[in-house]
Design a protein around this ligand. Sequence first.
Ligand SMILES: Cc1cc2nc3c(=O)[nH]c(=O)nc-3n(C[C@H](O)[C@H](O)[C@H](O)COP(=O)(O)OP(=O)(O)OC[C@H]3O[C@@H](n4cnc5c(N)ncnc54)[C@H](O)[C@@H]3O)c2cc1C
Length: 500
Amino acid sequence: MSPAPLRQLVIAGGGTAGWMTAAAATRFLERGWQITLVESDAIGTVGVGEATIPQIRLFNAGLGIDENEFLAATQGSFKLGIEFVDWWQPGQRYMHNFGEVGRALGLVPFHHWWARARAEGQARDFGHYSLNERAARAHRFDRLAGDATLPPLVWAYHFDAGLYAAYLRRRAEARGVVRVEGRIARVEREGETITTLVLDDGRRIAGDLFVDCSGFRSLLIGEALGSGWHDWSHWLPCDRAVAVPCANGGDFTPYTRATARPAGWQWRIPLQHRIGNGHVFSSAHMSEDEATAILMRNLDGEPLAEPRTLAFQAGRRDRVWIGNCYALGLAAGFLEPLESTSIHLIQSGIARLLGLLPGEPAGMAVLAAEANREAAREMEWIRDFIILHYKANQRPDPFWRAAAAMAVPPELAERMALFAATGRIRRDHDELFTDLAWSQVMIGQGLTPATHHPLADGLSAGDLGGFLGLIDRAISGAVTALPGHADFLARHCPAPRKAA
Ligand SMILES: Cc1cc2nc3c(=O)[nH]c(=O)nc-3n(C[C@H](O)[C@H](O)[C@H](O)COP(=O)(O)OP(=O)(O)OC[C@H]3O[C@@H](n4cnc5c(N)ncnc54)[C@H](O)[C@@H]3O)c2cc1C
């Protein structure tokens, strides 16, 4: 007799991770699966996580979500990139844009042509050749497709995390997910196989496959199954964030702003009904009172709530899949929100689970080993990209001097040395961040290449200037024709004046 197929999926936790998993499971699992989600209203969710990267559009599209409806439901706005203010040095700013920068010529990526032109005194800042950056700085937006002369605009979103989870919940429940409200008090298991979640009122929820979305508590993979923890705080020492929403004020920017502070940095995320703000800092270098005072002094509008502090540690679970339990979201690990990668890690973790979905219990160990290997590499690549922002700095504060002096992971040290000497970029194929992302941040953080690709000497100085001028003029013309970001939202996806 063949073993019984897996049929009962139990999701522990109803934050962004839990409801993204539930919505994807109802969309992609074949009929016959029963999906239950347990969450505790009393415990609540982490309640932050408002900036994303463009891959989320694929997730939403896969679920059949209409972009206008989704943005209206989540008080959302468009995001063309992240502006880094005062990171390399006080007074300097640059952007990590999502779209193309310039254009490759022949075999040679644009940044080599730019590096040569810059050295010859005929190039503006790197971001000047990015359509995304110029549209962002002009506060303009449209769903602009590319053509022969211009790349497309590439966007992600800002949204209210609570409203996004509620939106996904409505969709998931409409497709049959059963939501159970209650506090998980105990996890029963046989060896590494979880059998039942026992709630504090005695209710029992049995399952074949469990997804741990319980947040920092990591109830299943951490507490019950004892997955170890890789602590990365020696590279990423920020371990607190004070968060506060404020009324809209200042520019309604279609980008996230990350401003360096003496012992960390501050985020600014404009939504339709408010601005999300937070100050990420190292508690070894700054008190909570001081961090809160800095945040409250640097808001663009009236605070709309009391500031609240969240504690965390950078790192990842040793294994995200053990037995019949798979962890996602904060239960699986944490990297500070500097490059807005946590929601993406949930999304890619869901894709990995669906790709490696076991059919029966017997096949699980080998699938788990593959998932654990992939998840570890993915987080390490992102970790290194974030460390780069700290390592390459010339700020005076003790926190920043320590960051500049730290020994970074060897792979990152090699990438930085390669780029600084030659402008070449080392990147693994499956890695999240592209050559363009690496080049923008490395240049922005002051790592100007000492030399350029020899083929970038193939144009005369006059022709090189002409090439840059063409790109510049094409971008200028396109940006002038774009509508304002606020006007675009008001026309296509206006949200209720007060969040539902
Ligand atoms: C300061 C900060 C800023 C961030 N900013 C960003 C950002 O800009 N972009 C981004 O992509 N990500 C960001 N993140 C990360 C993002 O918030 C999370 O990845 C995302 O919210 C997922 O959280 P979660 O669902 O894993 O956990 P949570 O939101 O904590 O949800 C956990 C769920 O488990 C339930 N639960 C826990 N214990 C029990 C129990 N005993 N019984 C029953 N239920 C239980 C809770 O009730 C809740 O429903 C940020 C994180 C922090 C800390």
